[in-house]
Design a binder for this molecule. Structure first.
Ligand code: ADP
Ligand code: MG
Length: 365
């Protein structure tokens, strides 16, 4: 079932935890909610679940306004990071818990729990207690427990936060497969941008209780709408300069800015892989000094210092890196092949006169 959130707000005393938030979770979608700690993610989930009352705005599930419905009436399954399993109950009883509350018959409960144990690859573990399970198994039991009463919506609040990196990776892949099988409308909260991009078909990015951007992982990565999103999702070089004769110049780097008012200050963002570097001084127009080479396993990151003393990050894959013989300290040439103008926090880009010019474009070396 689809979820519609409209103008949602939550105030705790002086703290405005969530304000003016609107988004949709489409029927059957796995939507990622990404933001740093304290940005209001948990509050949004608790509002949708009915564990908190909004200070403003509306929540619709399947077209029906649910603001005044109780937690039970909303039929939502949730897995919260700190909502641990019942320690004194077996795996079976943990998963059966919600069904007993709903007064399911013994035979139906047994059937449902058996199905879920199979679905979650937990066969044979029904009699174990939580302390006899691995972290990954425990999280799968928590998800099974949430799914048992056949919720119309599944909310997951940083469900893999407490397990180690390798298990977390397995759980992500496993969650994606589970969602492909069940197609239950799901909202997945994380503060980890890689996790959000990997797990979700679409992401909404939060900062300070507000929605910064909604889009596919590729959209928020390639076309960040704000400085916050650009900095939060992946590495980004950000430089700032003033518009002079339709160009933002930062030393020898020139970024065409047609249509922007003369004298306005603009931030220019470009991903490290749009910074091309060569040891041949004539290959690209700009020159810099190579400061550091970082080996990242799948790629290399180069840190270069421009003639103006600005540090820029470049990234290249191994094959490309092997074509060169880079040495730290040497002079290199470089070019920025793509960039975007980014509005500063809380601001809009200055108005560009008609006809509207795209805010991003290639820069020829
Ligand atoms: P996140 O899940 O993104 O880390 P939260 O939704 O937990 O963020 O918190 C958002 C903001 O609201 C924070 O500033 C937090 O301190 C505040 N907050 C959350 N819950 C409460 C509460 N019950 N009482 C007072 N402030 C709260
Ligand atoms: Mg939280």
């Amino acid at each position: 079932m689809k979820i519609e959130v409209r103008g949602l707000a939550k105030q705790y005393g002086q703290v405005l935890a969530v304000s003016g938030v609107s988004f949709d979770v489409k029927e059957g979608e796995l939507l990622g909610l990404l933001g740093p700690s304290g940005s209001g993610k948990t509050t949004v989930l608790r509002l949708i679940a009915g564990l908190e009352t909004p200070s403003g705005g509306d929540i619709f599930i399947d077209g029906k306004r649910v603001n005044d419905l109780s937690v039970q009436e909303r039929n939502i399954g949730f897995v919260f990071q700190h909502y641990a399993l019942f320690k004194h109950m077996t795996v079976f009883d943990n998963i059966a818990f919600g069904l007993k509350i709903k007064k399911w018959g013994t035979k139906d409960i047994e059937e449902r729990v058996t199905d879920l144990l199979r679905l979650m690859s937990l066969e044979g573990l029904h009699a174990r207690y939580p302390h006899q399970l691995s972290g990954g198994q425990r999280q799968r039991v928590a998800i099974a427990r949430a799914l048992a009463p056949k919720p119309s919506v599944l909310l997951l609040d940083e469900p893999f936060g407490a397990v180690d990196a390798k298990v977390r990776q397995e759980l992500r892949e496993w969650l994606i497969r589970l969602h492909d099988n069940l197609n239950v409308t799901s909202l997945f909260v994380t503060h980890d941008q890689e996790e959000a991009m990997e797990v979700s078909g679409r992401i909404i990015v939060f900062s300070k209780g507000k929605l910064e951007q909604a889009g596919t992982p590729a959209e928020v990565y390639e076309e960040p709408a704000t400085e916050f999103v650009a900095r939060f999702i992946g590495a980004m070089n950000i430089v700032e300069g003033e518009v002079r004769k339709g160009t933002v110049g930062i030393g020898s780097l020139q970024f065409p800015a047609p249509g922007f008012p003369e004298g306005s200050r603009l931030q220019v963002g470009f991903r490290p892989y749009y910074v091309k570097v060569s040891e041949d001084p004539r290959r690209y127009r700009q020159s810099a000094r190579l400061r550091h080479i970082y080996f990242l396993g799948v790629a290399y990151r180069l840190e270069i210092e421009t003639e103006e003393g600005i540090l820029l990050r470049s990234r290249m894959n191994k094959e490309e890196f092997r074509q060169y013989r880079f040495e730290v300290g040497q002079q290199v040439s470089y070019a920025v092949t793509q960039f975007r103008f980014l509005p500063q926090e809380g601001k809009q880009l200055p108005p560009t006169g008609p006809p509207h010019e795209p805010a991003a474009g290639p820069l020829t070396p």
